[in-house]
Design a protein around this ligand. Sequence first.
Ligand code: F6P
Length: 363
Amino acid sequence: MAGVIPIGFAGAAYIFTRVRVGVLTAGGDCPGLNAVIRAVTRKCLNGRHEVVGLRRGYLGLAERNYFPLDMRSVSGILPLGGTIVSTSSFDPFREPEGVERVSAAVEEDGFDAIVAIGGEHTMSITRRLWEENRLPVVGVPKTIDNDVPCTDFTFGFDTAVQIATDAIDRLHTTAQSHDRVMVIEVMGRNTGWIAVFSGIAGGADAILIPELELTVEDTCKAINTRHERGKDFSIVVVAEGAELAFASGEKRQVRASQETDQYGYPRLGGIGQALGTEIEARTGFETRVTTLGHVQRGGTPTATDRVLATRYGIQAAELVEEQRFGEMTALHGQEMTSVPLSEVQGLKPVDLGYLRLASTFFG
Ligand code: F6P
């Protein structure tokens, strides 16, 4: 491996090698990224390894835009949202000479390991860099959406759920005062994890997610049923990726714009308003819509996310020390473990058991 420096010797065997580790964050940010960066750095520094921050995801490697991560640079970042190494959606497989530039940087600048912290798309880039180019990569899954497969929970998710739950709690009191229906649109892209968890925690009266169709008619029926039994307000949580579906079979995905993001994903958003308009027209109840948007991704991580992110970071550093490249850190139950990146493909849909549980309280 490039840059490996033996620095200890015991009898016939080296007992220690100093390695150079690059750390990057790619894709959308989420609370807890800095906690992972801190954990990887501190664990590696404890092992007397060198740690380097790669600015703006894989672009940092392609452009050789690095800076040292030392005790001082990771001091005080545990509670900080965002990422001190910045992020971007740069995909070396989609850029001219992208893979060649990234590979050359790893080889010529003596990186022995790259820790890539990102979502499902970043994991697929990282998997290909391992499988097709044998770059020494380790993946760490992140996203507020909790949609990365092969791991039970990603850090950032708990914070997003807490923010959405706080919002639902606040909407409850004002909904009650005015006899209104409140529709709250949450993020989650093509999965409904945030909607289901915040809906359960906030006591939603209906939850709409991409994984299971709930028609406008069914939603209105749940609201009417509540009102018939004396309730004069309702809370409806809708995931941005849920389709606006009707009993007639007509359905459509509502998008914020027709443009796609850098990864080619549609820009979602607007289902809340579309659903709110339908609910008001069909039930006659005054309806208001709140779209939480990026507030779910910003700010300080919850204690749960700080602990989880720290565990992910320590596990990543251990994978590096054990040279277990081509793996992704993963949470299985209470255990922090790892899985081959080759298994990390597609999206992890919501466990519908949670929605069944939530539906006990609908109507
Ligand atoms: O994947 C995280 C996420 O916040 C999604 O929930 C959302 O659809 C998307 O990113 C928004 O992306 P952008 O920050 O590019 O608007």
